[in-house]
Design a protein. Structure first.
Length: 326
């Protein structure tokens, strides 16, 4: 991928000549923080840790992962958006903590991730699966809908919190199916798995990395893949489009962002380093075997366009569903 090395070289050359203006200084001049707005153990945390060590080697400084969970990512995002835009503090966001937070924030909120952060590159996508506890007596999404309609009280779905992509997807599913479900907001994938395994929630949407071992053991059962294409890991599980819900097509994407105002040369250099790390066959192979797809952007501008389109898509959904957060 020659374009990566040329782009990285251009960024490095620009940095070597010094940033424009009185605030010019070498980058990096100290360790770089990769802030994760969620608890350790999920896909967002995983990808941050995959890139941290090789990024540190590439830039000649330590790159450390810092988990700052809380408020569906707002605690970390608010902190990073107010950091000095010098390339030493970055954030690994996902579809919920970046696009949905931006889409569903109240209009009087002074900063949202879409306004306060600068896209560097997309990183990975993880397909999603709608599933039920293994002992729950349904085997298709149609059977679940029929059971929900006949139930004396609304069935319960778990999510990673108010405003998470699971929350919005499940509310959209309920509306399109003509059923009522009760929301059980939790604090991440770990608690969601526990609630599903215990039968406290009758349905949930998980990324395939989190769900796969439990699906293979039979403790959870997949009803549909939230995608337009079936997954190699679950070839017999139909897509939501196949079973009549084409609007349910969320992929859990993760991207790297810097505070708004970060010099373009630093953003270009970061993009080149991270794209090269994720193009390494050993790194990419390890992630893909777990069900994670590498989707590094061609350029920071390309990722900016993608992030803006995602904010627009989720804005339309949260307005339709009447969801506000922040």
């Amino acid at each position: 991928m020659a374009w990566i090395s040329r782009r990285a070289a251009l960024g490095a050359a620009a940095l070597g000549l010094g940033a424009r203006g009185a605030r010019a200084q070498a980058w990096p001049s100290r360790p770089v923080r990769l802030v994760v707005p969620l608890v350790p153990g999920g896909t967002t945390d995983l990808i941050a840790r995959v890139i941290a060590e090789p990024l540190g080697r590439a830039i000649g400084q330590t790159a450390v992962v810092e988990n700052r969970p809380g408020a569906n990512g707002w605690i970390a995002n608010d902190a990073v958006m107010r950091e000095r835009p010098d390339g030493h503090t970055l954030i690994v966001n996902n579809v919920s903590t970046h696009a949905i937070n931006s889409a569903a924030a109240p209009p009087d909120r002074p900063l949202t991730p879409a306004r306060g952060l600068l896209p560097v590159t997309n990183l990975v996508e993880t397909p999603q699966v709608m599933l039920v506890p293994g002992e729950f007596p349904v085997r298709t999404l149609a059977e679940f809908v029929e059971r929900a309609r006949a139930a004396p009280a609304p069935l319960i779905y778990a999510s990673a919190g108010v405003g998470s992509y699971q929350h919005i997807d499940m509310e959209l599913f309920a509306r399109r199916a003509g059923i009522t479900l009760t929301h059980l907001p939790l604090r991440g994938a770990g608690e969601m798995v526990t609630s599903a395994l215990r039968g406290e929630a009758q349905i949930a949407e998980f990324n395939v990395v989190t769900a796969l071992q439990h699906l293979q053991s039979g403790r959870l059962r997949a009803l549909a893949v939230v995608s337009g294409e079936r997954l190699p890991q679950l070839p017999d599980v139909p897509t939501t489009a196949e079973v009549g819900f084409p609007e349910l097509r969320t992929a859990l994407w993760n991207g790297l962002f810097a505070p708004a105002g970060t010099p373009a040369a630093i953003v270009e250099a970061l993009h080149g380093h991270v794209a090269r790390i994720l193009s390494d066959s050993e790194v990419a192979g390890g992630l893909e075997r777990q069900g994670v797809r590498i989707v590094t952007s061609e350029s920071p501008a390309a990722f900016r366009a993608y992030a803006e389109a995602e904010v627009a898509r989720w804005t339309a959904l949260v307005r339709e569903l009447g969801i506000t957060i922040g």
